[in-house]
Design a protein around this ligand. Structure first.
Ligand code: ZN
Length: 116
């Protein structure tokens, strides 16, 4: 990915190719990018609030954040196969995303895991 603005700049940036505004989010020291449109048209969460208030740089696990970001990219919230369900629920709580947002397939996985 190539951007007009320097890579170290946080907040809103411009894509070098499509001209779409992208938002840079730092989680656990890793940079994630999402188009402003996808983020702001997506469901409410702490992520949206943080981006609105400025640069986002939080110390949370990056691998689980990838699933949170995918929720905005695809409109579906799935739990990563590699993460502990309890840990993922904690991340959902941190980002202010209700458990009812989880897609049916992963909600079923959670119910199975917790009913043992
Ligand atoms: Zn799923």
């Amino acid at each position: 990915m190539k951007f007009d603005t320097p890579q170290h700049q946080s907040g809103l940036i411009f894509s070098g190719t499509m001209g779409t505004k992208k938002v840079r989010i730092l989680v656990g020291g890793q940079a994630f990018y999402i188009s402003q449109e996808k983020l702001f048209h997506g469901p409410p969460s702490k992520l949206k609030q943080l981006v609105k208030s400025g640069d986002v740089d939080v110390e949370r696990p990056a691998d689980m954040f990838a699933a949170i970001l995918a929720y905005y990219q695809t409109g579906e919230l799935h739990m990563p196969m590699t993460s502990c369900p309890a840990a993922f629920i904690q991340e959902m709580e941190f980002w202010d995303i209700g458990q009812d947002r989880m897609t049916q397939c992963c909600a079923n996985r959670l119910i199975k895991l917790f009913s043992i």
